[in-house]
Write a protein that binds this ligand. Structure first.
Ligand code: 13P
Ligand code: SF4
Length: 302
């Protein structure tokens, strides 16, 4: 592994590249990255980076977001099949039909969506800023897609009428249940429970804190609690443990694994830099409109 890491460092220099990694990536991939973060943090990072090449260790919608925001940089996704089952639940056809049905609604699309869907949206959001994004809009009616749990969570924190899509993330919706939380609370009675808003409402109800991956990381490091049950993809524990060596973290569910995130390996990162693959390119007409929705979101600072 040492040899591979050295090779990646050399290739990075040669290509004038930086490596961005989402916190659901394998531990060793997070460790070689120049920056790790949540979708919002990585989107912001992608625009402030000077390098010519960004290797995006994450899933396609994240690399697409970086490509839309950085038309002059080369964006590489080390495995071309790393997708997102939730993003796939929002099709352009359905969005167009929903827009017809709710002509007065503002369309807010979670970044976990394709560039084509973003292009048809008024504004994007991530799990970190969804409530602020919805509150920033003058429309009273919001068409929120594609995650129904995040939609419901947002609805519970605004006075707007939120029309939710019926999409879900299998990792959070199907693989983290209220029984998992109850069991872990029994096992670790002193631990705080923090969960991602993609979890189902009955899980959210049992949590002490609900937030994006970066918000959870902040919550864990900024308070005095020593033990945490973590209701999100298990890769997140790698970062939490590294940042808080004096604290303990337990997965809410060992089944919470995103198989697409785990497709990226060190070997594929090296190959990606060697062969300059797989380049993520967005057709210009889509990129221009998707950029508008993303930039409108990035203006909201909170
Ligand atoms: P974050 O925006 O919290 O990083 O989450 C992204 C994601 O894919 C959640 O499943
Ligand atoms: Fe998509 Fe869920 Fe994987 Fe996040 S964890 S990338 S929402 S499938």
């Amino acid at each position: 592994m040492e040899k591979l890491i050295e090779e990646i460092k050399e290739l990075k220099k040669k290509r004038n590249a930086v490596i961005l990694s989402h916190v659901y990536q394998r531990g060793e991939v997070q460790d070689i990255a120049d920056f790790t973060g949540d979708s919002l943090g990585l989107s912001r990072m992608a625009i402030s980076i000077r390098a010519e090449v960004i290797v995006f260790c994450g899933v396609r919608f994240m690399a697409e977001t970086a490509a839309v925001l950085n038309p002059d940089k080369v964006i590489l996704l080390p495995d071309k099949d790393a997708g997102c089952a939730l993003a796939d639940m929002a099709t352009l056809e359905k969005l167009r039909a929903m827009k017809k049905k709710y002509p007065n609604a503002a369309v807010v699309s979670y970044v976990n969506s394709s560039a084509a869907v973003k292009a048809e949206s008024d504004i994007c959001c991530t799990s970190a800023n969804a409530v602020d994004v919805v509150n920033s809009l003058r429309e009273e009616e919001i068409l929120f897609l594609p995650d129904k749990n995040l939609g419901r969570f947002v609805a519970s924190r605004t006075n707007k009428k939120v029309i939710s899509w019926d999409g879900f993330c299998y990792v959070h919706h199907l693989n983290i249940g209220k029984e998992d939380i109850r069991r872990k609370r029994m096992k670790y009675p002193g631990a705080r429970v923090m969960v991602h808003p993609e979890c189902p409402p009955e899980v959210i109800e049992l949590a002490d804190y609900v937030g994006s991956t970066a918000q959870m990381a902040k919550y864990a490091s900024e308070n005095n609690f020593k033990e945490f049950i973590v209701g999100t993809e298990v890769g997140m524990l790698h970062k939490l443990k590294a940042q808080n060596p004096d604290k303990k973290f337990y997965p809410a569910s060992e089944r919470a694994i995103c198989k697409d995130m785990k497709l990226i390996t060190l070997e594929k990162v090296a190959l990606s830099l060697k062969e300059m693959q797989y380049q993520v390119k967005i057709p210009n007409d889509i990129a221009i409109r998707a950029r508008k929705a993303l930039e409108r979101m990035l203006k909201i600072r909170k």
